[in-house]
Design a protein around this ligand. Structure first.
Ligand code: B12
Length: 213
């Protein structure tokens, strides 16, 4: 790995937004391809963060810092990747379900997915089933991710899946769900395709869904 790419990985791991953006720009100025910067600079850093987070060696604020650092670089890379016709890994649509205002975990999933090369559309929080349906028709995602942090809003996930079924778009997406009260058995019960307990696992699951694992 070239020195600048290794510096980029370290900047992502350290959550240093300024250096990540600066070294991304330097790498591009040096003539490195945007895809190389993403795959060989940022991704190894974010993969490391994912592993450490899962192992309990990094905590949410640190992961958020890394994700934001990664985002600062993605802002520079994304237009070039799109312009270059480079395929993103896939499309992920995200939202916190109706009645639920918790979005920190969902935002983390969003940033990590984007960092992993997915084209992410984030509908925000308190998203009604009908809004998910409209967005699926417009954005045509490969994966839909729903978040809920309240036991009272978990049912909105099931209602959303039912709304997708009624609109005839259920089978066009893989559905993953997450949030503190959610479990794999709840996912099975409501007919979701998978559950992930944290943002790193969500990225792994989304990759598996699009055959990029
Ligand atoms: C921060 C917080 C708030 C903030 C939310 C700010 C925001 N912008 O998100 C505020 C203050 C607004 C809030 C409000 C309320 N809250 Co609150 N809140 C929390 C708190 C302390 C932290 C949640 C959090 O952000 N965790 C950190 C993130 C990173 O973790 P996470 O969300 O679990 O996400 C991870 C995974 O779950 C997973 N994941 C998450 N989403 C997704 C999605 C997909 C697709 C996948 C695959 C994975 C995935 O990956 C994430 C990253 O690893 C929790 C307690 C707790 N410790 O969980 C209570 C908690 C969730 N709140 C609770 C309650 C009761 C409320 C209120 C009803 C309080 C009130 N009486 O007003 C309101 C409800 C408002 C509403 N309608 O939503 C209860 C819920 C109890 C229950 N069983 O239902 C909790 C558990 C606190 C408690 N012990 O009582 N809350």
């Amino acid at each position: 790995m070239s020195e600048i790419l290794s510096k980029l990985s370290t900047a992502v791991i350290e959550g240093n937004k300024e250096n990540t953006a600066r070294w991304t720009q330097d790498a591009l100025n040096d003539g490195l391809d945007a895809q190389v910067v993403l795959n060989d600079g940022l991704m190894p850093g974010m993969d490391y963060v994912g592993v450490e987070f899962r192992a309990g060696n990094m905590y949410v604020p640190e992961v958020l810092r890394s994700a934001r650092a990664m985002q600062s670089s993605m802002d520079l890379l994304k237009p070039l990747l799109v312009e270059g016709g480079v395929e993103m890994v896939g499309k992920v649509l995200l939202g916190t379900v109706k009645g639920d205002m918790h979005d920190i975990g969902k935002n983390l999933v969003s940033m990590m997915c984007e960092g992993a090369g997915f084209d992410v559309k984030d509908l925000g929080k308190d998203v009604a089933p009908e809004a998910f349906v409209v967005a699926i028709k417009e954005f045509e995602p490969d994966v839909l991710g729903m978040s809920a942090l309240l036991t009272t809003t978990m049912r909105a996930m099931e209602q959303t899946i039912n709304a997708l079924q009624e609109a005839g778009v259920r089978d066009s997406v893989k559905i993953m769900i997450g949030g503190a009260p959610v479990t794999q058995s709840f996912a099975d019960q409501i007919g979701a395709d998978g559950y992930a307990s944290n943002a790193a696992a969500a990225v792994d699951l989304a990759k598996e869904f699009v055959g990029a694992a």
